[in-house]
Design a protein around this ligand. Structure first.
Ligand SMILES: NC(=O)c1ccc[n+]([C@@H]2O[C@H](COP(=O)([O-])OP(=O)(O)OC[C@H]3O[C@@H](n4cnc5c(N)ncnc54)[C@H](OP(=O)(O)O)[C@@H]3O)[C@@H](O)[C@H]2O)c1
Length: 368
């Protein structure tokens, strides 16, 4: 392919687990995944301490001297060489960090869950539009090969309309023993299953049902949720939520837990004429299985296909490539993971928390 690739100049906010994972993927040569139109350049890393920023550059980026180590997030967003800021802080800091980046006229890719609540997200969207900057929640699963393949199968229509989406994401965080200030347990940091793990089962529901042509972009007509709380801090620990999409008609049955390992099959999409089984982990499945039934009402399997997918790296680079293409094309929003999809997700989380009686401590939500 000819032409000079578009260079995306990234500034990274925070030096925790996910920032490391994202940067490792950014550093991979895009050609290894067949991408020739964008390349990624890390310009600066911003941390609450300059030592941590430098340590991150040393360990994750081989001490690359061209990357600036900055001792505050303010310095990072003010840096003239940065075009787009990646934000990997705990959930309840996302709003303030994004406001600062937008005020500095920087584009933003923001980790999931985008904010603490739907009101904060709506405010960020308004600010980004007014300022003319790109804004996207980092829903990396949307840009990965498995999600694209599932979409293609559904669009072919051989399985008919989806009827049930059943998805779970769980992880055993050792909640009996970790400090109560750990972000998965601390309500000040938006702890609990729904905000941390919930975005992924919800992703599969939105991808398959909300985005289904028969749904006409209608948000779920009803959200029913409930959970068992963690005994130490009161955050949601074992959480279930169901979403109704009557126009299809279809239902999603979703769940997430912070004290049990992920189950073997992450997501199952059931149609009248077949089933798609998405491998775990559902945030980054590297395979899926499809069964075709003889006909509606007969579950004799007439064909079955198991697909395994391979690529270099973790798979966060696919969303980074999307950001690059949007910036190159002057877009303020990704057509694939829109502002509205994130808004639907945040409203679902608000509603599940409301039904289960989990209020974040006063002052945590910057906008109510
Ligand atoms: N996409 C995914 O698959 C995925 C996976 C895991 C997590 N996440 C998301 O990424 C975010 C961060 O998760 P993580 O696991 O990377 O967390 P983490 O390891 O605890 O890192 C969070 C970083 O945020 C910064 N920070 C600023 N204020 C903080 C505070 N008051 N307490 C703790 N950290 C603070 C710190 O960086 P500095 O010290 O450098 O300032 C810290 O290293 C969460 O919103 C989570 O939902 C996404």
């Amino acid at each position: 392919m000819s032409g000079t690739p578009f260079v995306v100049r990234w500034g990274i906010i925070s030096t925790g687990w996910i920032a490391k994972a994202f940067v490792e993927d950014l550093l991979l040569d895009p050609k290894t995944r067949g991408v020739h139109d964008v390349v990624h350049k890390i310009v600066a890393v911003g941390s609450r301490s300059v030592e941590s920023a430098q340590g991150f550059i040393d360990t994750v980026a081989g001490g690359d001297k061209s990357i600036k180590a900055l001792g505050s997030y303010d310095a990072l967003v003010a840096d003239n060489d940065v075009d787009v800021v990646y934000i990997g802080t705990p959930h309840t800091l996302h709003y303030d960090n994004t406001v600062a980046a937008i005020n500095a006229r920087k584009h933003v890719l923001l980790e999931k869950p985008a904010t603490s609540n739907a009101a904060e997200w709506a405010d960020l969207v308004r600010r980004a539009k007014e300022t003319g900057v790109f804004l996207m929640e980092a829903m990396w699963t949307r840009f990965q090969p498995a999600a694209l393949a599932v979409r293609e199968i559904i669009e072919k229509g051989e399985l008919g309309k989806p009827v049930i989406v059943d998805a779970d994401l769980s992880g055993d965080f050792g909640v009996e023993n970790i400090p109560t200030t750990h972000r998965i347990l601390d309500p000040m940091l938006g702890g609990g299953a729904i905000l941390d793990l919930g975005p992924y089962p919800l992703f599969w529901a939105l991808h398959v049902l909300y985005d289904n042509p028969s749904n006409g972009s209608q948000p779920p007509s009803r959200v029913s949720g409930g959970f068992v709380k963690n005994a130490r801090t009161g955050v949601d620990q074992n959480t279930s939520f169901a979403l109704d999409f009557p126009s299809i008609p279809a239902q999603a049955r979703l769940s997430c837990s912070i004290n049990v390992p992920a189950r073997e099959v992450g997501a199952i999409v059931r149609f009248r004429k077949g089933t798609i089984w998405v491998d775990k982990p559902i945030y980054c499945p590297r395979g899926y299985r499809v069964q075709w039934f003889e006909k509606e009402g007969r579950d004799a399997v007439v064909r079955e296909e198991t697909v395994k997918l391979t690529w270099e790296g973790r798979g966060m680079h696919f969303e980074a490539d999307e950001v690059g293409r949007c910036l190159r094309d002057g877009k303020l929003e990704s057509a694939a993971w829109t502002h509205e999809k994130t808004a639907v997700a945040m409203r679902v989380f608000d509603e599940v928390r409301r039904q289960g009686g989990y209020q974040l401590p006063d002052g945590v939500e910057k906008i109510l």
